[in-house]
Ligand binder design. Sequence first.
Ligand SMILES: [Zn+2]
Length: 194
Amino acid sequence: MAYSSRKIAEDIEKFLMVRYEDWEGKEQFSGTADRLVRMVDELCWPTERINEECKKYFQSTFKDSYDEMLVEGPITAWTLCPHHLLPCKFTVFIGYTPNGHVIGLSKFSRLAVVMAKRPIMQETYSRELADLINIQLKPSGVGVYVIGSHGCMHARGILQQETDVSTSVLLGGFKNEASTRKEFFDIVGRRATQ
Ligand SMILES: [Zn+2]
């Protein structure tokens, strides 16, 4: 079934207008439907568009013999939580040990931002990000560490302002070698608290 984001946005605007019918400030909702549609387009890309965009980032990799760990971050990515559709801010660290091929540094940042452009749980996001890098670059190891600041925990429900959620996905050497694992978390720990 096809849903029209325009129709849903208009319904939401109408809902606000009706709920606050007696309030003179209700004029603030005029145009909200248009802004909602633009917001949904910005934050909720179709899966196909996300996949195509991400594929592009791996089209130009460079042969290089650098085989030590590289860690990029903090990268900021915004998503909506799939359960409440409230904003969720991800602070992302990506590490990998190249195995003959490296990728342009801006690509990891773009990848982290674009992969969050659909309502997605932090656990799924972390896993998908690590898996994609692993499949596309075939490095010796990958580490993804994400700190999530969830609007649905801060602004409603449990109301925990200071609580963040961290997730990590480690693959290859990052998972199997204790020294690599430690090196990654040492770097991330230093940068995350700066
Ligand atoms: Zn939520």
